[in-house]
Design a protein around this ligand. Sequence first.
Ligand code: FE2
Ligand code: FE2
Length: 313
Amino acid sequence: MVDQTALLIELEPVVAANLDRHLSLAKEWFPHEYVPWSEGRTFDGLLNGEPWLETDSPIPDVARTALIVNLLTEDNLPSYHHEIATLFGRDGAWGNWVHRWTAEEGRHGIALRDYLTVTRAVDPIALERARMTHMQAGYANDHPDEMMHSIAYVAFQELATRISHRNTGKATGDPIAEQLLARVAADENLHMVFYRNLLAAAFDLDPDHAMRAVADVVAGFQMPGANIEGFQRKALSIALAGIYDLRQHRDEVLQPVLRQWDVFNRTGLTADGEKARDELAVHMDNLDDQASRFEEKREARRQRLNRQEEVRG
Ligand SMILES: [Fe+2]
Ligand SMILES: [Fe+2]
C-alpha cells in the first residue's frame, strides 16, 4: 500500500495539472450581479425598518428549507478548509488548490446570503441563529487520516451539492434564484471534476486502496450539512419534493462517478480490492431497492394528497 506521504508526493503533478485545467475553465463571476438589490427593504431593530414576515416572499416552503440547508452547508467553510488544509497541506500545488477552492466556496455563501436577505426569502433572525448553532458544531471529516477516502468523499459530495443547488433553484420558482443557483452548481461541478480526476490517478497508483476507499465512502455517505439542527426532517421534505432524494443520490451522484472510475471493470485488484468492490456492488443494489421503495411511498402520498384536495374541492 502506498503510504499517505508518498501519495501526496505522487499526486502533486496531477493536482498541478488539474488546478491549471480548473483555472482555465472556471469563469469569474460576481455575487452582487445576481442579487436584486432594489427589492431590498430595511429591517426592524436598530434601523426601525419593517420586520420580516412569512408573506414577504412567494417562495414555496420546501424551497426555503432547501435554501437554508444549502446556505448553512456553505457557511461551514472554515471547518472544511481546516479539514482539507490539514490533510492536503498548504504548500505547492496542493496548497494552491486548497486556497483557490476555499475562495470559490466563500463566494457561494456570500451570494446566497445576499440573495436571501434582500428578497426576504427566509427569516433573517432564525437564519443567523441557525448559522451560529451549525458553525459552532463544526464539521469533521469521517476519515481524517485517509487521503483516498477523503478524496473519494469530496468527489461525491461536490456532485451532490451541484444537484442539490440546481434543483433548489428550480424549486424556488424565481428565475433570479434559479440563475444564481445554476451559477453556483456550475462551480460545484468543476470541483467534482477536480477531485474525480485526482481519485482516478490514485486508482492507477494503488487500486486496492482506492477501491476500499470508494466502498467505505459510498456505504457511509452523509451530506456535509447532515449535522444541521433538524436535518432529518428537512432532508425528508427536500426528498419528498424531489430536490434531492435517494434515487438522485444513487443514479445522478454515485453512479456517474463510479462509471468514470470504471470501478466495475477494473483489473489488477488483489483479493482485498475484489472484496471492497463486491461490497460496493451489494451496497449499490441495496440503494436501488431503497430508492424504489421511497419513490413508491412518495407516489402513494402524492395520490392521497390529491384525493384529499378533490374532496375539499
Ligand atoms: Fe459551494
Ligand atoms: Fe464545491
